[in-house]
Ligand binder design. Structure first.
Ligand SMILES: Nc1nc2c(c(=O)[nH]1)N[C@H]1C(S)=C(S)[C@@H](COP(=O)(O)O)O[C@H]1N2
Ligand SMILES: [Mo]
Length: 379
C-alpha cells in the first residue's frame, strides 16, 4: 500500500506482461502486473467454493524461489524448543481440511471517497477455498511456548524494500497474531487449496490460513514462525494494515487490522447492468462475518428506503461466506436504480451505514450501492 502501488496500477494496464498474465488467468482482472495482483470476478460467484484459478491474488513482492529439497519451516522464540519441520515432518502432524473465506482488508477500496492510494480493488478481493494442512496448534505443541508468550509471528520467504514509508531495507512479509488465536482450530498451515498443492502465487509450498482474519494474516510462502513475549510492531501491522481505535476521551491509537467485519456484496446484477422492466430477476450475492457466521441478509431495491430479507442457498458457517438470493420483479418504470444489501451475524453485529475514516483504507464494509438501469438492452 504505497505510492508506488498506486502509480503502478495506472501505466501497467497497457503493458505487455499484463496481457500475458490476464491470458493465463481468465476471469481475473490485473490490478498490478509485477508482483501479480489479480482480482476475482465477483459477479461470477455462483458456488460456495471459489475455483483456485479464479481466486484473487494479493502479493506485495514477487513470488520467492523455493527449493523443496532444502526447504524447512523454522520455529524459534521465547521459551520455544527451536525446531525445523520439513514437508514430511508436517504431514505426520495430522492434516485437516476446512473451507475458509479470505478477504483482503482493502477489498472495496475503489469505492472510498475521496480516492485513496493502494490497490483499487472493487468487490473481488475475496474468495472461499477448502484448505488442507496442519493446525498451527499441533506445531506449537511440539515446540512448546512460554506461559508468558503473547504472539506468534508468521514470516514469509518473500522480501523487498518499500519506499514510502521507507522500510529498513528489504524486509520479509510478516504478521503476528495473538497466541490465543494461534491455538484455535481455524489457524492452519496449509499445503493444499481445493484439493491441489498450493500454486506459487497462493504460497507454495506452505501458507498460514488464519480463519476469520483479513487476508494479510494468512502469510504465504511461510518459512519461519517466531513466538514472542512482547507485542510485535512490524511494518505490516503498524505502517500498513493498521487502523485507528478511539479510547478514553477520544484518544486514538493505531492497532493492527485483525478480524474480518460483517459484509454482504451483490454479485448480480453487477454495476451498470441494464435490467429489462417488469421482469422476474434473481438478485444474488454472498455475505461473511469473520469469526462469526451470517444469520441475516437484507436487500434494498430502492436505494435504502426499504429492505427485504434474502434467502440463503448455503449454510451458516463461521469463517465462511454464505451465498444468498432474492427473487425480484424489476419495476415497470425505466431509469436508474440503486440496489443495496447488508448482513447481520450470529452475534448480532451488522454493517456500519457510513464509512468510518478511522479505518484508513482497510475494513471497508459500509453498504455500497450497485447502480443499475431499468431499460431495454441496447441491441
Ligand atoms: N508472504 C506473503 N503472504 C501474504 C501476502 C504477501 O504479500 N506475502 N499478502 C497477504 C494479503 S494482504 C492477502 S489479502 C492474502 C491474499 O492471499 P491470496 O493471494 O492467496 O489470495 O495473502 C496474504 N499473505
Ligand atoms: Mo490483503
Amino acid at each position: 500500500m504505497n505510492r508506488r502501488d498506486l502509480l503502478k496500477t495506472l501505466p501497467a494496464v497497457a503493458a505487455m506482461p499484463v496481457a500475458i498474465e490476464a491470458a493465463e488467468s481468465p476471469g481475473l482482472t490485473v490490478r498490478m502486473s509485477e508482483p501479480g495482483n489479480l482480482e476475482s470476478d465477483f459477479s461470477a460467484v455462483k458456488s460456495f467454493l471459489t475455483p483456485s484459478e479464479q481466486f484473487f491474488v494479493r502479493s506485495h513482492f514477487v513470488v520467492p524461489a523455493i527449493d523443496l529439497k532444502t526447504w524447512a519451516l523454522e520455529v524459534t522464540g521465547d521459551g520455544v524448543k527451536s525446531a525445523k519441520f520439513t514437508m514430511d515432518d508436517l504431514a505426520k502432524l495430522g492434516a485437516v481440511t476446512t473451507p475458509i473465506t479470505l478477504e483482503c482488508a482493502g477489498n472495496g477500496r475503489v469505492f472510498l471517497t475521496p480516492a485513496t492510494r493502494g490497490l483499487q480493488w472493487q468487490q473481488g478481493a475475496v474468495g472461499t477455498a477448502e484448505w488442507t494442512g496442519v493446525p498451527l496448534k499441533n506445531v506449537l505443541e511440539i515446540t512448546g511456548v512460554n506461559a508468558t508468550a503473547k504472539e506468534v509471528i508468521l514470516i514469509g520467504a518473500d522480501k523487498g524494500a518499500i519506499a514510502d514509508p521507507a522500510t529498513p531495507g528489504a524486509i520479509a512479509f510478516d504478521r503476528s497474531i495473538p497466541l490465543e488465536k494461534a491455538l484455535k482450530p481455524e489457524c492452519i498451515l496449509a499445503t493444499h487449496m481445493n484439493g491441489q498443492p498450493l500454486t506459487p502465487s497462493h504460497g507454495f509450498p506452505l501458507r498460514a490460513v488464519i480463519g476469520g482474519y483479513y487476508g494479510m494474516a494468512s502469510v504465504k510462502w511461510l518459512s519461519r514462525i517466531v513466538v514472542t513475549d512482547k507485542p510485535y510492531d512490524g511494518f505490516w501491522q503498524t505502517f500498513d494494515y493498521s487502523h485507528w481505535q478511539r479510547r478514553d476521551g477520544g484518544l486514538a491509537s493505531l492497532v493492527p487490522v485483525g478480524p474480518m467485519q460483517p459484509k454482504a456484496q451483490i454479485a448480480r446484477p453487477t454495476f451498470g447492468e441494464v435490467v429489462p422492466p417488469n421482469t422476474a430477476y434473481t438478485i444474488r450475492g454472498a455475505a461473511w462475518a469473520g469469526e462469526a457466521s451470517v444469520s441475516k441478509v437484507e436487500v434494498s431495491v430502492d436505494g435504502g428506503a426499504t429492505w427485504q430479507a434474502a434467502t440463503f442457498t448455503t449454510d451458516a458457517k463461521p469463517f465462511c461466506w454464505r451465498l444468498w438470493e432474492l427473487d425480484w420483479r424489476s419495476p415497470a418504470k425505466t431509469g436508474p436504480l440503486k440496489l443495496l444489501c447488508r448482513c447481520v451475524d450470529d452475534a448480532g453485529r451488522g454493517q456500519p451505514e457510513k464509512r468510518d475514516s478511522d479505518r484508513r483504507t482497510y475494513m471497508i464494509n459500509h453498504p455500497v450501492p450497485v447502480e443499475i438501469t431499468i431499460g431495454e438492452a441496447r441491441k
